[in-house]
Design a protein around this ligand. Structure first.
Ligand code: SF4
Length: 226
């Protein structure tokens, strides 16, 4: 399985924020978000290899009941992901998979943490990645399968009012409960995040969405493996 890192930290985002967790970061992504904060898994993936069995051993070695499989896009390696989740599930691990929600495979997981990408993620229009990213970034049939079959949260990175219009349109078209939707500020520094906090909290109060901090940025700033 191609991966870039395994580390022990706390969940910084979403409904399990603050919970100690082992992170297994897989390589490769089918999208090219302009603000991607893990280019070493998407734009320039590190080609480190690990067998599923060795990954399970490495994850269990931390003796932590929560594992977060993240990326990149974990569903790019669907066969290996299926085996990994099966083996972690057999060991009683609580499994969160963080995904962009564009590829589906019926894997064993306790929480699907889906981050559908809004137009604010588009590369520049003259970038050769633009057409594919724009075409792939929202896949309603895949989102439908996840929402119908798993405990899900839909996390959105929100920069402007226009993003909210997109979220509400998707919510309406797919009949997504507000309690499933999580809004997160953009940014890789505390200042960038704090600049948007008050505005976003008011929107969450109005709409019944959950506000998520980016605790890893608050605590450590723009660092990897933490
Ligand atoms: S989906 Fe995630 S990993 Fe892939 S390019 Fe976008 S932010 Fe990066």
């Amino acid at each position: 399985m191609k991966y870039s890192e395994i580390f022990y930290s706390i969940q910084g985002e979403g409904q399990l924020v603050g919970l100690p967790s082992v992170f297994f970061r897989t390589s490769y992504c089918n999208l090219r978000c302009i603000w991607c904060d893990t280019p070493y898994t998407s734009w320039q993936p590190e080609d480190k290899d690990i067998s599923v069995e060795d990954a399970v051993t490495a994850i269990l070695a931390y003796n932590c009941p929560q594992v977060v499989i993240t990326g990149g896009e974990p569903f790019m390696q669907a066969k290996e992901l299926t085996r990994l989740c099966q083996q972690l599930g057999q060991q009683g691990q609580h499994i969160t998979i963080e995904t962009n929600g564009t590829l589906f495979e019926p894997v064993e997981a306790d929480l699907l943490s889906i981050s559908p990408k809004l137009a604010n993620s588009n590369p520049d229009a003259n970038n050769h990645h633009f057409p594919l990213h724009q075409r792939l970034r929202i896949n309603q049939p895949v989102l439908r399968q996840f929402l119908d079959q798993y405990n899900c949260q839909l996390k959105f990175v929100v920069e402007t009012e226009r993003d909210l219009v997109e979220i509400q349109q998707l919510q309406q078209e797919m009949q997504i409960p507000s309690s499933t939707i999580v809004l997160m500020p953009p940014g890789i520094t505390r200042d960038q995040i704090q600049g948007k906090q008050n505005w976003m909290v008011e929107i969450c109060k109005q709409q019944g969405y959950r506000y998520s901090p980016r605790l890893q940025v608050d605590i450590w700033g723009d660092q990897r493996g933490i």
